[in-house]
Design a binder for this molecule. Structure first.
Ligand code: NAD
Length: 257
């Protein structure tokens, strides 16, 4: 891949970590396709990049819709001729242990966090095979590898993101496609703010502190810190890296004991 001509698609690029990933890929001079089910949010990201001299296009996409995903990636290929990078970042949260998780809730989380990753990779991989090159970075979580209390459906989904990463990396290694995932601890984004607003409306500040301190490093991560790692994995500097999971969690997984 010639980095300067690369076309990158980022799901959930309208907010939080995805927004920062779009901005970071722009610094590699990639053309960035900002995909989000919230088209206004995607447009804000793309407009900002274009105003700053980068190249970006916003497209509406619900990653859970199989045919819609195929159609949108076909449009990207048609218009930009390539699909070099796919960042499967779009995801939703879910609070509750198993007996509090309804069938509908399990399906809702599965459809976005698991099937969404499958759908986008399913749509993008044929173009990467054609090019004999491509990079996929999936957004896993600390929940992929360690039990997090009261996050049954979310943990299920992020465990699947980790194992889909290994499977994709193995199956396409001989076709020039690399696939890795990153596993953030808590990152201060609208995702966390919405969680606090919904579950702790009376004591948001206190809970924010508790969540911050659950990272041994004493704070939450920033979207920019996650984006810097994703940018590296998408770049040619990471050309020897595939089939790996990168914790980025202030020590949560290894030091919390
Ligand atoms: N914030 C954290 O603490 C944290 C920690 C670990 C992993 N993650 C993961 O990082 C990713 C991004 O999280 P964030 O905190 O930036 O969230 P966020 O809520 O700020 O942003 C998520 C974006 O994804 C979009 N989105 C949601 N469902 C979609 C769908 N079906 N199709 C297309 N777009 C959709 C939303 O519109 C939003 O713009 C998620 O996969 C999340 O699970 C977040």
């Amino acid at each position: 891949m010639t980095q300067e001509k690369a076309v990158s698609a980022v799901t959930g690029g309208g907010s939080g970590i995805g927004y920062s990933i779009c901005k970071a890929l722009t610094t590699l001079k990639h053309t960035v396709i900002v995909l989000d089910r919230d088209i206004e949010a995607a447009k804000r990201t793309a407009d900002e990049i274009n105003q700053e001299g980068g190249v970006a296009k916003a497209m509406q996409l619900d990653v859970s819709k199989h045919q819609e995903v195929i159609d949108v990636f076909a449009q990207i290929k048609n218009q930009f001729k390539r699909v070099d990078v796919l960042v499967n970042n779009a995801g939703i949260g879910s609070v509750g242990n198993l007996d509090q998780t309804s069938e509908d809730e399990l399906d809702r989380v599965y459809n976005v966090n698991v099937k969404g990753v499958y759908n986008c990779a399913f749509a993008a991989i044929p173009y990467m095979q054609e090019q004999q090159s491509g990079v996929i970075v999936n957004m896993a979580s600390i929940a992929s590898t360690v039990g997090i209390a009261d996050r049954f459906a979310y943990s299920m989904s992020k465990g699947a993101v980790l194992t889909m990463t290994y499977s994709i990396a193995k199956d396409y290694i001989n076709q020039g496609i690399r696939c890795n995932c990153v596993a953030p601890g808590r990152v201060h984004t609208p995702f966390v703010d919405a969680y606090l607003e919904k579950n702790y409306p009376e004591n948001k500040t206190e809970m924010f502190e508790t969540l911050s301190k659950s990272q041994p490093i004493g704070r939450m991560g920033t979207p920019q810190e996650i984006a810097a790692l994703v940018k590296y994995l998408c770049s040619d500097d990471a050309s020897f890296i595939t089939g790996s999971n990168f914790p980025i969690d202030g020590g949560f997984v290894t030091l919390n004991n």
